[in-house]
Design a protein around this ligand. Structure first.
Ligand code: NAD
Length: 271
C-alpha cells in the first residue's frame, strides 16, 4: 500500500549508509519522489550511488539547504556541529533539521544551528538499512507538530517511529539502538541449538531468523501481549513448555532486562 506523498523537498547532508537507506526507502514506499530529493557528500563514489537511483547529488552543503525543506544531517556525530554552523546562515523558517547522529543532544544541535532552527532528533537503528527501523524522535524547542508529522511519515516508510522526551533516548538506545545485537545473539544461539539437534547450519540459521521475524510480526500485527502469544503455543505437557522451562532456568528473561538497563546506563555515561 502506498503512503501519502509528502509535498516537501528532502535534502541529505552526508550521503552515507543511513542516508542511502532512508532515501531508497522513501522512494520505494512512494512517500517522496527521487526528483524531490537532493544529497551532498565530499566523496564522489557516494554521490554516484545517489545518482544511480535518480537523486541529484551536489558538492556543497549550502546548495542542499537552499533546495530543500527537510534537511537530514546524516554525517558522523563529530561533523554534525561543523556542518550545521556552515549552513546556519541559509536556514529559514521553511526548514526542518533532522539529525540522526548518535549522542548529539537537542541543546548541542540548537547551539550549532541557531535558536530559531526547528530541530528533530531521531535515534534510528541498523535495520533501517533493510526498511525495518525501530526509531524514536524527540522535538527541539522550535519544532512544530507539523514537523513531527512529516518526520513520522518519512520514518514510517522505513519501519516504525515513536515520539519520546529526550530524557528517554538513553533507554531507547539501550533497547532498540543496541537491541539488534541482542537479537543477533538469540538467532545465532537458536541456530546453534538446531545444529546440536542435527540440522545443517544454513537451514538452522534460516529457520531461526524467520522464527524471530514471524514472532515479531505476530506481536506487532495482533497487538496481543507477548505473554499471551507464548501461552497460546505452549500446550500442556508439550515440547514448547519443555524448551521454555530451560530458558527460565537459564535466566534469559533477567539477562535481557539487565542488558537493556546496562546499555541505557552506558548511554547516559557517554552522553
Ligand atoms: P557513513 O559514514 O556511511 O555516512 C556519512 C557520510 O557523510 C559519508 O559518506 C561522508 O563522506 C559524509 N561526510 C563527511 N563529512 C561531510 C561533510 N562535511 N558534509 C557532507 N557530508 C560529509 O555513516 P552512517 O552509518 O550513514 O551514519 C550517519 C549518521 O547516522 C551518524 O551520525 C550515526 O551516528 C547515525 N546512525 C547510524 C546508524 C547505523 O546503523 N549506521 C544507526 C543510528 C544512527
Amino acid at each position: 500500500m502506498g503512503l501519502t506523498k509528502l509535498q516537501k523537498r528532502i535534502g541529505f547532508i552526508g550521503a552515507g549508509q543511513m542516508a542511502e537507506a532512508l532515501a531508497r526507502g522513501f522512494i520505494s514506499k512512494g512517500v517522496i519522489e527521487a526528483s524531490s530529493m537532493i544529497a551532498t557528500d565530499p566523496v564522489a563514489a557516494r554521490r554516484e550511488v545517489f545518482e544511480s537511483f535518480d537523486v541529484r547529488a551536489v558538492t556543497t552543503n549550502v546548495e542542499v539547504v537552499k533546495e530543500s525543506d527537510i534537511v537530514f544531517v546524516a554525517v558522523k556525530p563529530q561533523y554534525v556541529g561543523p556542518v550545521l554552523k556552515e549552513v546556519r546562515g541559509h536556514l529559514t523558517d521553511k526548514h526542518t533539521i533532522v539529525s540522526i547522529a548518535a549522542g548529539k543532544t537537542l541543546s548541542s544541535l540548537k547551539e550549532a544551528a541557531g535558536d530559531n532552527a526547528r530541530i528533530v532528533r531521531v535515534m534510528p537503528n541498523t535495520p533501517c538499512l533493510v526498511g525495518e527501523t525501530a526509531s524514536a524522535m524527540c522535538l527541539g524547542g522550535q519544532a512544530t507538530d507539523e514537523d513531527a508529522e512529516n518526520v513520522r511519515a518519512l520514518f514510517s516508510s522505513v519501519g516504525r517511529i515513536v515520539q519520546v522526551d529526550e530524557k528517554m533516548l538513553s533507554a531507547v538506545t539501550g533497547l532498540s539502538g543496541s537491541g539488534p545485537a541482542y537479537v543477533f545473539l538469540v538467532i545465532e544461539a537458536l541456530a546453534d541449538g538446531g545444529v546440536k539437534a542435527g540440522l545443517p547450519r544454513d537451514i538452522s540459521v534460516a529457520l531461526a531468523a524467520q522464527t524471530v521475524l514471524g514472532s515479531a510480526k505476530m506481536v506487532l500485527e495482533t497487538g496481543k501481549h507477548p505473554g499471551l502469544l507464548k501461552d497460546m503455543v505452549t500446550s500442556p505437557g508439550g515440547t514448547t513448555i519443555a524448551g521454555y522451562h530451560e530458558l527460565e532456568k537459564g535466566g534469559v528473561r533477567a539477562s535481557l532486562i539487565n542488558a537493556v538497563v546496562a546499555a541505557t546506563n552506558r548511554a547516559d555515561e557517554i552522553s
